[in-house]
Design a protein around this ligand. Structure first.
Ligand code: GUN
Length: 291
């Protein structure tokens, strides 16, 4: 059994991006510039945004954080998006989700110029991704694909079971895993809350991607010997022994499942660090396309 070290791979990719940025600057080009909009004070979102801003500095990007109170109106937010769409210094930007209930998330996503949509949430990017055209692929699925590639995990003809059908992870990763390329070329089954024989389906999987957001959901009796397990879960559980007052819990019962696997991602330190790196890669791509 090998533990997939997402932190190590992410650090390696960050060094590659940093080298590329220095090369761009040496050629007289401007540093890639990412803007991040955050609304309100959701603890998880504030942590993620802080990590994104810090990671930009680590690779030599310029970053701008734009914070709104959760009383901001949809119109005000859309105005800011319009401003960023037209700001020639900004290569890409994201609006951290979730948004307060009075704001229509889909309307916000569709207001972003798809050429600056480094989250890959705009329907143009989602559509292009689904038919294998160049686009911005959203961060988590892109991070998973990169982990499979860097660990040279065979995927062709394998049975890949995705648990979860969210727009951010389940749907796009299922799509990428079936595409005619490596990593990909897998036979994909998507399971969700209405799936009847989940255990049997999981037992036939060579690769399981658990992205349902239910702590320790995937148990050892659902996993066949030698399977590859990718855990996308990041549920915050209150915890008295950590400084932050919580700990992250994955969707996989790691302790019992790990001994049966060929490869497994831990939580934290697996998929998580790769998602930010994917955002950085998309921003670099956006900057290249604009210069
Ligand atoms: N909320 C959870 N994941 C993400 C993400 O990848 N991007 C944005 N914008 N919000 C999120």
């Amino acid at each position: 059994m090998e533990i997939i070290d997402g932190k190590k791979v992410a650090d390696q990719i960050k060094s590659e991006i940093a080298a590329e940025v220095e090369k761009m600057v040496a050629e007289g080009k401007k540093r890639p510039h990412l803007a991040v909009i955050i609304v309100g004070h959701d603890g998880g979102s504030e942590t993620y945004v802080a990590h994104k801003v810090k990671s930009c500095a680590q690779v030599g990007f310029t970053s701008t954080k734009i914070a709104f109170e959760d009383t901001v109106t949809e119109t005000e937010l859309l105005e800011k998006i319009n401003e960023l769409n037209n700001d020639t210094d900004i290569d890409g930007f994201i609006v951290q989700l979730p948004l307060p209930k009075h704001i229509d998330e889909q309307k916000v996503i569709e207001a972003i110029d798809y050429r600056k949509d480094v989250d890959g949430f705009h329907p143009v990017n989602v559509g292009r991704m689904s038919i294998g055209l160049p686009c911005f692929v959203s961060a988590t699925p892109s991070g998973i694909i990169e982990l499979l590639r860097r660990y040279e995990i065979p995927t062709q003809g394998k049975h890949c079971v995705v648990i979860g059908r969210s727009n951010i992870v389940g749907k796009p990763i299922a799509n990428l895993m079936m595409q005619k390329t490596y990593p990909g070329d897998a036979t994909v089954t998507v399971c969700h809350s209405r799936t009847r024989n989940l255990k049997e389906i999981c037992l036939s999987a060579d690769i399981i991607i658990a992205a349902l957001g239910s702590p320790a959901f995937l148990k050892e009796d659902m996993v066949k010997e030698g399977a590859v397990i990718i855990d996308v879960g990041t549920t915050r559980i209150p915890c008295s022994t950590t400084k932050s007052g919580f700990r992250l819990c994955g969707d996989v019962d790691f302790e019992h499942v790990a001994p049966k696997c060929s490869y497994i991602t831990p939580v934290p330190g697996g998929v998580g660090p790769m998602t930010i790196v994917s955002l950085l890669r998309n921003t670099l791509q956006a900057a290249r396309q604009r210069q």
